[in-house]
Design a binder for this molecule. Sequence first.
Ligand SMILES: [Zn+2]
Length: 270
Amino acid sequence: MRGMRPRLYDAHNHLQDDRFGGRQEELLAACRATGVVRMVVNGTCETDWPRVLALAKRHPEVVPSFGWHPWFLSRRTSTWRQQLIGWLEQAPQAAVGEIGLDRWKPDLPYAGQEEVFIAQLQIAAARNLPVSIHCLRAWGRLLEILAAERRPACGFLLHSYGGPVELLPRLTGLGAYFSLSGYFLHERKKKHWNTFQQVPADRLLIESDAPDQPLPAGAGRECAEAAGGRPLNHPANLHHVYAFAAQLRGVTLAELSQQVEKNFLRLFGS
Ligand SMILES: [Zn+2]
């Protein structure tokens, strides 16, 4: 392996996001230059879905993912289910996401979130497609729902996992993968470091979540530009998250990247 650059897999980002201001080609080129070979690009609402598919058609490294994120549910149309199925059928290697449950965001109604989440989980389960799940302060309900409902046999991703360490065994038993994001590089997130040391090696994934979850400011960390004064995370920062994960788990970058590659290909397909 000496001298060989690791192949990096971004388990969760939002490359289609408007905040990137149409700079997707440039961002992808920067990602390739750092060793990123695949990325799951998550749409979060109906208007995202055509853009996600267009990126996947132009760029073989893009795994398209289609879903309704809990933050944007009020915008969904009455035909959202048929539309979701339609986009999934146009992309044989698609995933379902980003979907989820959120009881953390102020002023976001919880009513209705479970119904839409379960409907999307069922669409994925029926087609055995991997799912990317967002969960904030709803771990008890998420666990109950996942245990009660049909799940995709290939498994599902709990992106940027911030749940209790105690839930790892039960979630793993249900088919969960857990992704580490740059958010956890912040010193204030130290209490989660132990969780990522305990994640089973065959269930660990790495993500950028770009343009969200910027890394702590520091040497070599790229910013995709500040929008309204808030820095945007650059997807090419993924290698910093890999380096952090290797350090956290006491393995070499080569060992970590080989394990993450196997996990990514098992969940999202080769
Ligand atoms: Zn996300």
